[in-house]
Ligand binder design. Structure first.
Ligand code: HEC
Ligand code: HEC
Length: 349
């Protein structure tokens, strides 16, 4: 996949490669990896600082690892317990199971998944990484009212939502071991964290509105130069020789559906700015907005709340940051979406 890299992008490719290597290292099973990506952060990469709009330097995450040094604003991200601190008892076994479900959802909860994603694809470092919607910051914030379903959700229901939308699946029923394990894992990661207090590093750091409204054409350029290497020219991700998903898809039948938070351009921009390209988070805010607009201007599985009409579904459930229902290249987004939740789970290798 590297034969098409023009010489001028060699420097960029170096950081991308570093990202791949770090990522592969963290995938090795059974190996504790407390601070996997800290060394691959390239926020001070030469030649990139001029891409930042003036005055935005403090927004650059100094380090996105949960156990990293003090952030620029002086706040210290919470540090979850190291993996080897897990007790060797029944509780520890349930926490371990939760970690496995979270990092290899295809294998450990495949019956509830309708695409090629793992929970940890969007919650990096197994849900430990600050600014990557870490589980330790989420745990103490529930029960909470959610505008999305207009009632108070407990943590289990919040997780069910990610199965239904982000994983394009059928959520495990209440009381199922998969939900219990994910809760045990989140609770344990939050050991010692305050309850009901929004911790620094929660969610994805929101970006200011872009100077220029997000552009599909500019986003395509960003995609081709910064993303396609890993996620594939067609955004469909890439599998390793053994069939295992090496890089997750960004759109299409096997990606998150039209109801997922990531389909909103502002949410994807925030995630991308803080976390992508993996190991080389050097995009300007504008580039993050543009590429978010580009990836979310492709068809993906239908919104599970689909009413039978794209127009009505857009009107009822989709706000200003959604591309659902818009016309791109003569195609109405959502109009040709495959039904939600129907992609068969990938065969385990
Ligand atoms: C396609 C990306 C994606 C995948 C895959 C995904 N999530 Fe999420 N998740 C999100 C987004 C986006 C949010 C909202 C983050 C925000 O509000 O800033 C979120 C939020 C959450 C939250 C609440 C975080 C908070 O601070 O309130 C939890 C818990 C969660 N996800 C768990 C899971 C679990 C468990 C899985 C797997 C079953 C999963 N997620 C899969 C994108 C994803
Ligand atoms: C070095 C390889 C690499 C590059 C380059 C890269 N990514 Fe990723 N990306 C990954 C990996 C690996 C994951 C899953 C992370 C994990 O599981 O730890 C991911 C996850 C994602 C996700 C969430 C999961 C999904 O499939 O929706 C999005 C969105 C994403 N990347 C967007 C981008 C964008 C946009 C770019 C370009 C600006 C980019 N990535 C560049 C490797 C890469």
């Amino acid at each position: 996949m590297s034969s098409r890299i023009p010489l001028l992008t060699v420097a960029v490719s170096f950081f991308l490669l570093a990202g791949v290597l770090v990522w592969i290292a963290t995938q090795e099973r059974g190996r504790p990896s407390p601070e996997p990506r800290a060394t691959a952060q390239a926020s001070d990469a030469p030649g990139t600082s001029d891409e930042r709009p003036a005055g935005s330097a403090p927004d650059e995450p100094a380090s996105t690892t949960s156990a990293g040094p003090t952030a620029d604003d002086g706040s210290q991200p919470f540090t979850p317990p190291p993996r080897d601190a897990l007790p060797d008892d029944e509780f520890g076994a349930m926490v371990r199971k939760g970690e496995q479900v979270f990092t290899n959802t295809q294998e450990h909860a495949g019956q509830f998944v309708g695409n090629d994603l793992q929970c940890a694809n969007c919650h990096l470092d197994a849900g430990r990484l600050a600014d990557s919607a870490p589980l330790w910051a989420a745990w103490g914030e529930y029960p909470a009212f959610r505008g999305k379903n207009k009632h108070v959700n407990d943590f289990a229901e919040r997780i069910q939502g990610c199965f239904r939308y982000s994983m394009n699946g059928t959520p495990p029923p209440r009381g199922h071991d998969v939900l219990l394990a994910l809760q045990a894992y989140s609770y344990w990661l939050a050991s010692g964290a305050p309850v009901g207090e929004s911790l620094p590093g929660r969610g994805y750091p929101e970006l200011d509105e872009p100077e220029q409204s997000p552009s599909y054409a500019r986003g395509q350029d960003v995609f081709e130069s910064h993303c396609a290497l890993c996620h594939g020219d067609d955004g469909q991700g890439q599998r390793a020789a053994d069939g295992e998903i090496a890089f997750p898809p960004l759109w299409g039948l096997r990606s998150y559906n039209w109801g997922a938070g990531m389909h909103r351009v502002n949410t994807a921009a925030a995630f991308i700015k803080a976390n992508m390209p993996l190991g080389a988070t050097t995009l300007s805010d504008q580039q993050a907005w543009d590429v978010a607009r580009f990836i979310n201007s492709h068809e993906r599985p239908q919104d599970p709340r689909f009413t039978g009409s794209v127009e009505e579904t857009a009107e009822r459930f989709h706000g200003q940051y959604s591309t659902y229902g818009q016309t791109v290249d003569g195609r109405r987004l959502g109009a040709n979406a495959p039904p939600a939740g129907t992609a068969p789970a990938s065969p385990s290798p």
